[in-house]
Design a protein around this ligand. Sequence first.
Ligand code: COA
Length: 259
Amino acid sequence: MNQDFETLLLSTDENGICTLTINRPDKLNSLNNKVFDELDSAVKVIKDDLKIKAVVITGAGEKAFVAGADIKELSSLDPASGERVSKKGQQVFQKIENLTIPVIAAVNGYALGGGCELALACHLRIASDNAALGLPEVSLGLIPGYGGTQRLTQAIGRAKALECIMTGRQIKADEAFEIGLVNQVVEGNPVEEAKAMLHKILKQGPIAIKNAILAVQEAGSEEGFDNEAKLFGELCGTADFKEGTTAFLEKRKPNFSGK
Ligand code: COA
């Protein structure tokens, strides 16, 4: 599958892994309005294409995943348009987080501001050893507005998140791994490692993976435990559950049908 976008590249391999590349390398893949509109459309394309089983999001070029929101566009915002832009960014990133197939950010360089927020909206993050993440919005007189204050806090805890947001400092890959901001650090380009992790995930029962994403998303909410039990119970009625347990008892590998 290949879709024509101006600021994105979308391609799906024979295993159903779709690579979505933010493609504005001369501006370090910064997120302008066009990128947000196209990301919104791309998520719809991904949702509607049943051949797509997983997604890797990355940035074009050697230097950056995404170096933030487009500061040129930000500079003309007023209170009303600022709130609208923040809400729109939040909504697009929410749609990425709400995908029920696994989504990995392959962080191949700078992931600052909106870039860090995009990586945080993905289910997992794998970074190159030269990556630098951070939320430097205070240096522009702003705060993160695409969900970063919420997701960074969930990812690394309140005090650490507030420190990162208030200093706006860059967090190098090794520290990002230590504080749980990224799952893994690799030498060179992280896309292949992301695909390798997805291969392992895609060997598991697909409905179980979907329900795992849904259950973890509710973590910390009042309904989290009830929701977990509901999703667990639902899985007990699937053919994949029968196959998984039978395969274990018969000492063989399971052959999941996704039903
Ligand atoms: N918005 C708009 N343009 C951006 C951008 C952003 N967030 N980040 C980088 N660019 C552009 C630069 O203006 C430059 O364009 P030009 O060649 O037309 O002048 C080009 O991308 C290359 O960036 P440059 O700053 O020259 O690269 P560098 O290697 O010297 O520095 C960074 C890299 C990431 C440290 C630096 O670009 C930066 O600080 N970017 C902004 C990060 C930020 O504050 N993001 C949060 C926004 S909410």
